[in-house]
Design a protein around this ligand. Structure first.
Ligand code: SF4
Length: 425
């Protein structure tokens, strides 16, 4: 069912997620495995967290007893190793360890995980700009764990802050550390050999105000991380009231102007910022995913993978509580929902993923869709350029404008089904 652009602007489901509903891909379900081509990124999902923030849309559970953690790490690394044996000629474009909170693991298990990462890298070909990354929280990033990460050769650490407001975080079951504590963690991370620290913040949170964002920016100034990532609160997967487009857009504008003032660079509309203008503010896994549509293979419960011929989700997608615990305890987390997609659907998925960066590459969309994207998307391109929703960056990029940003999900969704009737304002 297609809606006009104006209708899409009012619907929370158009938020750069794709597919729009799980049923949408049912006709493409398949039992056959995906193909990955010769270049790939890898993602490991650790679904454990010491705190369960209510705004979190990821598959995660309270950190379990060490025996279950050990079972999870063993199973995950077993699957990674098996994949590596079967695909020993791949060039590795990126490797991210996320979650959940990977550093919620005990130090010994984190060490095992990092060793598994190193073994997988082995003598494998790596892209020249390969840059691995691991997610963490201030609460769990002990000196011992930072040493393990640094010694394992992981050069980027991403720490969640989300907000500097104790009250705002308390409403979402999340705690805030003191500035001094956070400064010490950043210092320890750098001392351990980690070259880039990213801090995650959220915008669009209920109760967030201009003043609270200004306080967030002050915290950024005090901590001076190399990178900052902004996450928009998305509510289609969780039970929180949706913020208005005005609230979100206003918050992004304040953040954008404030970060520019502090020296963090990104084109308008992007959510990853860096002090180094030559750096896109993210790991090579995310960079290749967002800018090139490079295939990626996810390991662990609920992890997503994208091949050259489709998308799949591992066992555990959408599970919580006891059901997730049962899934984590299982002897494997193999891909469960596999969709072999027509090229246009695969290109739509790429555009949705690229939407996080506020732009997409026509060359990547052409490669993935197997046709000339300028011709295939002629109608939405014309509509978006004429209405000032996107701008064309020579020679390959379509980038969101400040006007388009207000309804960025609706704008990008016009490229999911490029038919004229979706374009009426
Ligand atoms: S710590 Fe991060 S991954 Fe864990 S529940 Fe909170 S937001 Fe989600």
């Amino acid at each position: 069912m297609l809606s006009s652009y104006a209708t899409r602007c009012q619907l929370a489901m158009y938020n750069t997620s794709y597919p729009l509903s799980p049923e949408h891909w049912h006709p493409y379900r398949s039992a056959a495995p995906l193909h990955y081509g010769s270049e790939i990124s890898v993602y490991l999902h650790i679904p454990f967290c010491p705190q369960l923030c209510t705004f979190c849309e990821y598959t995660r559970m309270a950190t379990p007893e060490v025996e279950l953690q050990a079972h999870y790490v063993r199973t995950l690394l077993g699957e990674l190793h098996e994949f590596g044996e079967q695909h020993n000629n791949l060039t590795l474009e990126g490797f991210d360890i996320g979650g959940g909170t990977p550093t919620a693991l005990s130090p010994a298990l984190l060490e095992q995980l990092v060793q598994g990462y190193q073994q997988f890298l082995g003598n494998r070909n790596k892209a020249a700009d390969f840059e691995s990354s691991i997610e963490s929280t201030f609460q769990t990033a002990s000196d011992e764990k930072l040493q393990i990460i640094g010694q394992g050769g992981i050069k980027r650490l991403s720490l969640g802050v989300q907000s500097s407001s104790t009250e705002l975080l308390r409403n979402h079951a999340r705690r805030l550390e003191t500035v001094e504590f956070m400064q010490r963690v950043l210092h320890s991370a750098h001392a351990a050999g980690i070259q880039k620290v990213n801090l995650d913040f959220m915008y669009g949170l209920p109760g967030q105000s201009t003043e609270s964002i200004m306080a967030d920016l002050e915290l950024v100034q005090k901590l001076a991380p190399e990178q900052v990532t902004l996450y928009e609160l998305r509510t289609n997967m969780i039970h929180l009231p949706a913020s208005t487009a005005e609230h979100r857009t206003n918050a992004y504008h304040i953040w954008y102007a404030g970060l520019q003032e502090l020296g963090y660079r990104a084109p308008f509309g992007r959510n990853t910022f860096s002090l180094n203008p030559a750096d896109e503010g993210c790991s090579s896994y995310l960079r290749k995913r967002m800018f090139n549509g490079t295939p990626y293979r996810g390991f662990g419960v609920s992890a997503q993978s994208m091949g050259t011929d489709g998308v799949c989700y591992n066992a555990g997608k959408g599970l919580h509580g006891a059901a997730l615990r049962r899934c984590v305890s299982a002897p494997g987390y193999a891909p469960q929902d596999v969709y072999h997609l027509p090229p246009a659907e695969l290109a739509a998925k790429y555009i949705a993923v690229a939407g996080y960066s506020g732009q997409f590459s026509l060359a990547a969309a052409s490669r993935i869709s197997g046709c000339n994207a300028v011709e295939y998307y002629a109608e939405p391109i014309r509509f978006c350029l004429e209405n000032g929703l996107l701008e064309a960056i020579p020679d390959d990029i379509l980038r969101i404008t400040p006007k388009g940003f207000k309804h960025i999900g609706a704008v990008f969704s016009l490229f999911y089904s490029p038919l004229n009737k979706t374009l009426e304002i």
